[in-house]
Design a protein around this ligand. Structure first.
Ligand SMILES: [Zn+2]
Ligand SMILES: [Zn+2]
Length: 133
């Protein structure tokens, strides 16, 4: 039997498949702009990046406007809220856009795909590496 999720807005419960549709048809008015965000279910069920075990700024960065969590935030800010890095920072000073370690992981991924890739081609890595040379 599929798990039933209790609706936070009314006295009913639904499978995760139907829950999103229920929110969209019955409770869209509860959400900013009348749109149920894609991440609502994950946040409500505290799963994935919304797990309580994770730490902000270490495992994820969080959107100040809607609470969306991701490992890299800039795409979300641009697409959903039309922020630039500058306008977002003006509103939320000191925010991070990327968790530490994402850059290194991306470099590792690129390296895995290209044997001739040189890590010194990435300016940020060059800076970090030359500190140790
Ligand atoms: Zn409901
Ligand atoms: Zn957002």
């Amino acid at each position: 039997m599929l798990e039933q999720i209790p609706c936070p807005y009314c006295d009913s419960s639904h499978t995760s498949y139907h829950f999103k549709r229920h929110l969209n048809t019955q409770h869209a008015a509860e959400f900013v702009g009348g749109v149920v965000p894609d991440h609502f279910l994950d946040a409500y069920l505290k799963r994935g990046l919304y797990s309580d075990a994770l730490q902000r700024g270490v495992d994820f960065v969080e959107c100040g406007d809607c609470g969306f969590r991701a490992k890299r935030m800039l795409d979300h800010l641009k697409k959903v809220h039309r922020y630039t890095a500058e306008t977002y920072l003006a509103k939320y000073p000191g925010s991070c856009f990327t968790i530490p370690g994402v850059l290194e992981k991306r470099v590792a991924t690129v390296q895995a795909h290209s044997a001739v890739y040189c890590v010194l081609d990435v300016p940020e890595m060059k800076q970090k590496i030359t500190q140790f040379l």
